[in-house]
Write a protein that binds this ligand. Sequence first.
Ligand code: PLP
Length: 383
Amino acid sequence: MERAYLDWNATAPLRPEARAAMLAALEIPGNPSSVHREGRAARKLVEEARAQVAALVGADPADVIFTASATEANALALTPALEQAGNRAPRDRLLISAIEHPSVRAAGRFSKAEEIPVRADGAVDLAALKAMLERGGRPLVSIMLANNETGIVQPIREAADIVHEAGGLLHVDAVQGPGRIAVDMKALGADLLTLSAHKLGGPKGVGALIRREAIHIADPLIKGGGQERGARAGTENVAAVAGFGAAAAAVSANWKAEAAHTAQLRDRLEKGLIAAVPEVIIFGKEADRLPNTTLFSAPGMKAETAVIAFDLEGVAISSGAACSSGKVQPSHVLAAMGVDSTLAQGAVRVSLGYTTDSSELESFQNAWIKLAKSLRKGRDQAA
Ligand code: PLP
């Protein structure tokens, strides 16, 4: 049976351009820090990729720091030791939105994070942010560009203005943005921005932190050989970095058409959801959302059972709730939006990509109709 892979927010399939760049890079024996010809060939690949990743978000290549993941990039960014244009006074508060990825919720090297609430529509509450900033200090604020579970896009430009007005710095976890919406660091007003290669068709295990030129991270997480201008020691993973660069270039060239393609399929998918189960709830349906993401629930639905049922029908989707030690926790994202916990326990996420096609949607719809029947049966029996 042909599988339908509809879990692109978890990870995207490797783009052919990335695969080709990685295979070519694996043939180069040199260390990018070596001065000989082999070393210079490896360095060239790393620097080409740096320029491609920078171009994706309208940044200067010199401001890109390659890391081993977006998780690491977030941990690197969230530090009091951010020097700005020579000012060494440490950041003394960390504010994060209530819907951040666990790698931001971990708060980096701050002892704690203050949570900025989100509104019922899933967007960060800017009035609350303003009030929190009025309490003073030298804050670092972290707000994601788009939420990985709901796809809801955050008002980053407005937040940046508020944060800068208060003398703060803004970090943006933009992992879910590229390929779906415009991600321009300057237009967003981000001081620091995180990317992950595998969410945009590059390999897993490589990410980047991009900073505004004036910002210096005075306490790198990994110290040693001085790679990445001292911001992240360790010999670069040349093949992964080259794959990241190639994927970034493909996204820069194609994202508008890809986003239009997924938007059209996503709308079709949502019509099908409602047609089979009129009581279905699509979270953030009226909000500014990524064009590829649908998070939904229905009365009586259990996320873990639904994910398994879809999998057995050949469809890969994911539960909107985080599963740890076998126990499904209601999603902190839906809880922050004030969604009823029983409904949140049923939430599943479908996320599409540029290769998603009608036959995959059809497999999804057939599996959904089957599941809807068993939900109805379960409800009738309970009544
Ligand atoms: N931030 C967001 C919003 C994500 O969706 C993810 C991936 O799940 C990450 C960070 C972590 O990315 P990585 O797998 O590169 O550590």
